[in-house]
Design a protein around this ligand. Structure first.
Ligand code: PRX
Length: 692
């Protein structure tokens, strides 16, 4: 209770929050906790005292400066990095208002630097050469490896030299389709070193999805490996790449070089299919190249990478991030949101195929000279204690994961956790979807022994880094709330008319001004960038998420408000799944919605109408599911196929998803007005077929 008092007193004396400064209101003390909103979890005194941001006051002081003087605030942080040439004036320029013309964001323009240099060479010069940069834990317990900063730099340089040798130049794209081997961050860094633009494709995507991305960004080289073991399964990645390259070639774009790492723990070299002239074994060539490689100095606004992500319509979008702002932003967010200290050992369970792996496996941590654990395997293999086994083995102190993993481990029973010491843990993190308070509690009480703050970080592929996140020593947390904005971020909640609402409210989450880590465009389609993100609510960046703010100013994310589904923290566009389903010759039409799922957060629920004369059957259901797996990837497989004689449409032919969502979640008394439908009887038929 004393601890409570200390914080509450300090909270109560905070400034009252004018001018976009968060209101950290005084919180009720001494009363029983009435609701989730009043459920406060305090960092220990000891934790706060040692934290980079030890108090709400310190946060507010820095936050205020970041809003009032963004140029000064971010320049100070940027100055900690090496710049061949310092950026010019203005430090940033932005137009987020579509009514005023082209949307444009630039940070540190004219500054010349290199993110690979800042991750490796600079940290080595600072004395970290012999520090472990990467610990690698293989799928099979007992298989592992590590690289110091010196060794990592050498590996990166060898690959960078190879890429240059096969003709990769500044600005060229390189597609990386690798599992969580150390070669994945190595490949990213090698591209960055020579100014090439990497596009990592999550190695769970199908050949067709990979082909689509290859055809879009036209890489000079594709980097992959022969196979990977995940849990007890072997996945033949090279076969998938072969199929994707064949498809791309048929469509007029042939990739000249496919560099393949031999992951011999998964598959013998001799069993891998090979196309002479195009395919090269990594191990055969890389060691022949020198272990030093000159850096390609690039402008802060030169592209660093493309990462494809799902939207509510159309094909995946190539989110483009540039160099300087992204570097500064990922480094700063990593340091403050995890209260990172040089002695920490950090493990993020995300795959580098997603933005979390870009910003918080590779760049953010390495920019801070952190020691990072890279894990190849599955968190429940050989059993559900694997994560805590790894935590103990490497003395992990910061553990960052997704709510879906927390919920799935929670179901397996506490003994998988309590069997391990977990004493090294200091900070926990969550990302990808809202974390429900009961999962938060379990994570906090059991995994972290009620001692480790949880940074529930809200952000997106587009934002590059954390936007709303706890700073673990600064203020009490509320289980399920992402708390307050990071420095420089001005979140606003708007109503359906796009009008900003103040105080306690719910609405659409937007951002008012740019931040250094923001994406700059969608590759090859700036117009789509403007219409998708800046047109719904002119003047703001629209996140696609719903959000509420409580009486104390805490933010609570409530999930997507558009047609994007979030399955186990993976973003999937309804349109992508629908187009996969209708590519099946017997499927006439499909409409996909998300439904609540106990472990995955959301599951995919597909309404399907069949071609005239075709009967639905269990075989057809399986075929449809496997069509989606094949076209997108296993993670996008629908949970449920609902046979539909017809879909509820308006007279103008628009599918009423609102009604489908209610039917999918069996909230049949909340269907609302169906009289505007072209044929209201469709709804009754759908309900009648719901559980058939
Ligand atoms: O809906 C939000 C959810 O994930 C979406 C972004 O997905 P993606 O671009 O794939 O990036 C995931 C990792 C950053 C958001 O629009 N989301 C992400 N983090 C949270 C979250 N929802 C609630 N709380 C979070 N901490």
């Amino acid at each position: 209770t004393l601890n409570h008092l200390r914080h509450v007193e300090s909270l109560a004396t905070l400034p009252s929050g004018a001018g976009g400064i968060p209101k950290l209101n005084a919180v009720i003390l001494g009363e029983s906790l009435a609701s989730e909103e009043d459920d406060l979890v305090f960092p220990s005194d000891d934790f706060s005292r040692r934290a980079h941001i030890p108090s709400p006051q310190k946060y507010l002081e820095m936050y205020r400066r970041s809003i009032e003087d963004p140029a000064g605030f971010w320049s100070d942080i940027a100055s900690q990095f090496y710049w061949k040439k310092r950026w010019g004036q203005p430090v940033y320029s932005e137009n987020l208002d579509i009514r005023k013309g082209r949307i444009e964001i630039e940070w540190f323009k004219g500054g010349i630097s290199n993110i690979c240099y800042n991750c490796l060479d600079r940290n080595i010069e600072l004395g970290n050469g012999e520090k472990i940069a990467l610990f690698w834990e293989g799928n099979e317990p007992g298989t592992d490896g590590s690289l110091t900063y010196n060794q990592l730099l050498q590996r990166v340089c060898q690959l960078a030299n190879y890429l240059k040798d096969v003709g990769v130049q500044k600005g060229d794209a390189v597609v990386i389709y690798l599992p969580m081997l150390m070669e994945l961050p190595i490949a990213m860094l090698a591209c960055a070193r020579i100014g090439a633009v990497h596009s990592v494709v999550f190695a769970g995507f199908s050949a067709e999805s990979l082909a689509q991305r290859i055809m879009d960004c036209k890489p000079k080289v594709v980097i992959t490996c022969n196979a990977v073991r995940r849990g007890s399964k072997i996945i033949h990645l090279k076969d998938i790449v072969d199929a994707a390259l064949a498809e791309s070639a048929q469509n007029g774009f042939a990739v000249d070089v496919c560099l393949t790492y031999e992951n011999h723990s998964a598959l013998e070299k001799s069993k891998t299919k090979w196309q002479e002239g195009r395919d090269t074994w990594w191990q055969d060539v890389i060691t022949k190249f020198p272990t030093t490689c000159d850096v390609e100095w690039v402008d802060a606004e030169d592209p660093l990478f493309l990462l494809y992500t799902s939207g509510s319509t159309g094909k995946p979008k190539g989110v483009l991030h540039t160099t300087g702002g992204y570097m500064v932003y990922t480094a700063a967010t990593f340091k403050y949101a995890f209260d990172y200290k040089p002695s920490d050992v950090y493990w993020c369970t995300a795959d580098c195929g997603w933005i979390t792996g870009h910003s918080y496996v590779t760049y953010g941590p390495l920019l801070n000279a952190a020691t990072v654990v890279v894990f190849e395997g599955a968190p429940n293999y050989p059993d559900s204690g694997r994560c805590w086994d790894i935590v103990d083995k490497y003395k992990v102190s910061i553990f960052y994961t997704a709510p879906t993993l927390v919920r799935s481990l929670m179901r397996e029973g506490d003994e998988y956790v309590t069997r391990y010491s977990r004493k090294s843990l200091r900070v926990l993190g969550s990302v990808g979807e809202p974390i429900n308070p009961s999962a938060w509690r379990w994570f906090f009480n059991l995994v972290g022994d009620s001692r480790c703050p949880i940074s529930d970080t809200w952000w997106q592929t587009e934002t590059g880094g954390f936007m709303i996140t706890p700073l673990p020593g600064a203020w009490p947390q509320k289980p399920g709330s992402a708390t307050f904005p990071f420095f420089g971020v001005q979140p606003v909640i708007v109503n359906e008319k796009g009008v900003e609402i103040e105080g306690e409210c719910s609405g659409y989450l937007c951002v008012k001004s740019s931040w250094p880590g923001a994406f700059r465009t969608l590759y090859g389609d700036h117009e789509r960038y403007e219409t998708t993100y800046f047109s719904a609510f002119p003047g703001y960046y629209f996140s696609g998420d719903g959000c509420s703010r409580d009486k104390d100013g805490y933010y609570w994310l409530t999930g997507r408000v558009d047609d994007v589904i979030n399955v186990s923290g993976h973003r999937i566009g309804t349109a992508e799944v629908e187009s996969a389903l209708v590519s099946h010759p017997q499927c006439a039409e499909a409409a996909v919605v998300g439904v609540e799922h106990e472990v995955k957060g959301q599951g995919i629920y597909a309404f399907v109408t069949l071609v005239e004369g075709v009967q639905y059957s269990e075989d057809l259901r399986k075929n449809l599911v496997s069509t989606v797996r094949k076209q997108i990837g296993a993670f996008a497989a629908p949970e449920k196929i609902h046979w539909a004689p017809g879909l509820p449409k308006t007279r103008s032919g628009k599918i009423m998803r609102r009604i489908l969502r209610k039917i999918a979640s069996r909230q049949l008394d909340e269907l609302g007005d169906t009289s505007t439908l072209a044929d209201p009887s469709v709804v009754d038929e759908l309900i009648a077929l719901a559980d058939s």
